[in-house]
Design a protein around this ligand. Structure first.
Ligand code: C2E
Ligand code: CA
Ligand code: CA
Ligand code: CA
Length: 275
């Protein structure tokens, strides 16, 4: 039994070793990915529920690894966070997003995700300022999406950073609201302009009364605080109808458009003159 136990342990150790090596390899490859042109941005439309009009796009990072093919951000963003590589990658995302949005003839908004490490990195506000200035993008067209998890690491520092971003004229959205550390007081304490309700609730509204109640209460909260609410992860017409009936302002999800190259959305970003 003892020998068997040791064998199991060795097997476990070997597997752990392989996982660690795999992670290190990914971390190493990621540091070179931007320079090698393996990263690109996908854009997903955000719409006004009442009219269906596209009001802006969320930017989602994509990495096509030369051997592995597409790597999910759900896999590589946490590794980039831990290694600190997210700071350089995130700067690149901000610059590219601002440059792209500055080219549009329709002044739609562009929403960029910012993680905890980025938010707390030195000079983050300066980086945002430079990205806007170099692109010539009006600050009010940039929205920064931040999760509550990113705030709890150092609340007073986060508070100061968000205030500085607001002073620049950038808009702030609270991402993934309803998951994890959601606290009502965060909406009051930090200067957010919008609440994004997590897709997991939205996708459950047609099957689940509890999900409906949660979505309704977030919408009520938004109304009470004067903050517009965007529902994420909308996949079906029934979900969108529910949101319309509940007076939800904005929506995003596969139903309105999957994330894709900005070229796929030229009809929204550019005003066509000849009819
Ligand atoms: P997120 O910010 O909550 O982004 C929404 C995720 O939901 C995206 O996954 C998007 O592709 C997906 N999605 C959109 N509509 C639907 C829908 O109708 N149904 C379903 N099932 N999913 C939908 P993605 O692109 O895989 O990104 C995952 C996460 O990675 C993001 O979650 C965000 O936290 C992070 N991320 C992506 N790009 C960046 C970035 O440039 N910087 C940072 N720091 N994080 C990023
Ligand atoms: Ca987001
Ligand atoms: Ca989200
Ligand atoms: Ca559903």
């Amino acid at each position: 039994a003892k020998a068997e136990g040791r064998g199991t342990y060795r097997f476990f150790e070997a597997r752990m070793g392989a996982q660690v090596r795999d992670r290190r390899r990914l971390e190493h490859d990621m540091r070179l990915a931007v320079a090698r042109g393996e990263m690109h941005l996908a854009f997903q439309p955000q719409t006004e529920v009442r009219t269906g009009d596209v009001t802006g796009f969320e930017v989602l990072l994509r990495w096509r690894h030369p051997e592995r093919g597409p790597v999910s951000p759900a896999l590589f963003i946490p590794i980039a966070e831990e290694s600190g590589a997210i700071v350089q990658i995130g700067e690149w995302v901000l610059r590219e997003a601002c440059r792209e949005a500055a080219r549009w003839s329709v002044p739609l908004s562009v929403a960029v995700n910012v993680s905890a490490v980025q938010l707390h990195a030195p000079h983050f506000v300066q980086t945002v300022h430079e990205a806007l200035f170099q692109a010539g993008l009006r600050p009010a067209r940039l929205e920064i999406e931040i999760t509550e998890t990113a705030l709890i690491r150092d609340p007073s520092r986060a508070q100061a950073t968000l205030r500085q971003l607001k002073a620049l004229g950038v808009r702030l959205a609270m991402d993934d609201f309803g998951t994890g550390y959601s606290s009502l007081s965060n909406l009051r304490t930090y200067p957010f302009d919008k609440i994004k309700i997590d897709g997991s609730f939205v996708r459950a509204v047609d099957a689940n009364e509890q999900a409906k109640a949660i979505v309704r209460s977030v919408l009520g909260l938004g109304r009470g605080l004067g903050l517009p609410v965007l529902a994420e992860g909308v996949e079906t017409a029934a979900e969108l109808r529910f949101l319309a009936d509940e007076n939800c302002q904005a929506a995003q999800g596969y139903l309105m458009g999957k994330p894709g190259p900005i070229e796929d959305f030229r009809e929204y970003t550019h005003r066509m003159t000849a009819e």
